[in-house]
Design a protein. Structure first.
Length: 400
């Protein structure tokens, strides 16, 4: 089971400032960067599939999660220094990764044992990551950094080493231009606008009217929920398609907020019919503003991800059927049914919100909204289990 130590370790990425030796008009955090990276990786992967190439989505997701964990531990090492160590001093790099693993190992207690082995293989370079998956992750990593850099560049175009950083990042992108998606992004095709729209979610702060530490963005929140859902899927031995669906459904679950902004739950529930009205407006705006930015067929998948996102569902002969996660575990845990555990996404969403309140409270701030939110979530999951997982224990871990 996902334990408090790992959840809080992941949550640290919201406090990790990027480019913190440069002038920045907005905070740029590690969690937001990795969330944007995984959305870019999704798009690049879809383009490669359209070319008839096979993308190993499980390895891609795993690589994204493990790399975030590594970056959290080595947060004090600037990227240029990290890269020099990796390229010029491989022995030191190996020892560094051994140290990273030792720092992370206690936080992984409670998870399936194979996850520790997979993390070790990833860090020590012994994993069987295929070249295409590796290339997609590397390209996504560099482009998400370049996207951030453009914000900094406009703030201080004559700054120290600005021209050099731009040259280095563009040179770094060049080897990945054989990826169909990278060419479209660099040439400012529609997909570039979609990635910009997703990137704007890092500027939307959650609980914007409530004092919190650290502040968390909608974009970073989406990745945290996606990682939790990935770990839940591994806990119940989910099939490959279910792992893929759960991760990317969670990663995109707040995508409509790119066009509606974050509307607080109390407001959504303020009057009868409000949730349904907001959902309808979100669907209409998504069709109008998001769909034209995606390649044909992609929006259908994202619509499957984001519509009734908290309901578990499968497909039978192309038709969506709403079921329970228990039923998926018992009867539909197979790629053919295209299963999504919407119930897991809701639990992960509540856990992420709970951590936002927990983190703020632990620093001595007790806004009423956060206290009420924590109490509501604790009561909601008291005595509850899903697919053999004790959800009550998941939240009770924070009371110890």
């Amino acid at each position: 089971m996902l334990r408090r130590a790992l959840a809080l370790k992941l949550f640290e990425a919201f406090s990790m400032q990027r480019w913190n030796d440069m002038i920045r008009p907005v905070e740029l955090t590690e969690m937001d960067k990795h969330a944007h990276k995984m959305i870019i990786a999704y798009c690049l992967g879809k383009y490669e599939e359209e070319k008839g190439r096979q993308v190993n989505w499980e390895i891609l997701i795993k690589g994204g999660v493990f790399e975030l964990l590594r970056r959290i531990v080595i947060s004090d090492i600037k990227s240029p220094i990290y890269r020099k160590i990796k390229i010029l001093h491989p022995d030191v790099f190996l020892q560094l990764n051994k140290w990273v693993y030792e720092q992370l190992k206690p936080a992984l207690d409670g998870l399936p044992k194979e996850i520790k082995t997979e993390l070790k293989n990833y860090l020590f370079g012994t994993n069987k990551e295929d070249d295409l998956t590796k290339k997609i992750l590397e390209a996504s990593h560099i482009y998400s950094s370049f996207w951030e850099f453009q914000i900094i560049q406009k703030s201080h175009p004559t700054g120290y080493k600005i021209e050099e950083i731009e040259r280095v990042l563009k040179n770094d992108l060049e080897p990945y231009l054989d990826l169909a998606g990278m060419r479209k992004i660099v040439c400012k095709g529609n997909i570039s606008n979609f990635l910009d729209l997703c990137g704007h979610l890092r500027f939307q702060i959650r609980w914007s009217q409530t004092p919190r530490l650290p502040k968390t963005s909608v974009l970073g929140h989406m990745l945290l929920v996606a990682i939790f859902c990935y770990l839940f899927a591994r806990e119940v031995n989910a099939c490959s398609k279910r792992v893929y669906n759960n991760f990317f459904s969670a990663l995109f679950h707040d995508l409509p907020e790119a066009v509606t902004r974050d509307i607080l739950s109390p407001i959504k529930r303020s009057v009868e019919g409000m949730p349904e009205t907001i959902s309808k407006i979100e669907e209409e705006l998504a069709e109008k503003e998001i769909s034209p930015l995606l390649e044909e067929g992609w929006f259908d998948e994202i619509k499957y991800f984001t519509r009734n996102e908290y309901e578990s569902k499968i497909k039978i002969k192309g038709r969506v059927k709403h079921v329970t996660t228990e039923m998926i575990n018992e009867k539909y845990n197979h790629d053919n049914y295209d299963p999504i555990d919407g119930e897991f996404i809701k639990i992960a969403d509540d856990l992420a919100a709970y951590l936002e309140a927990y983190s703020t409270n632990s620093l001595g701030l007790y806004p009423k909204h956060l206290k009420d939110g924590r109490d509501t979530i604790e009561k909601k999951y008291k005595g509850r289990s899903i697919a053999g997982m004790s959800i009550e224990a998941l939240f009770a871990d924070y009371a110890t």
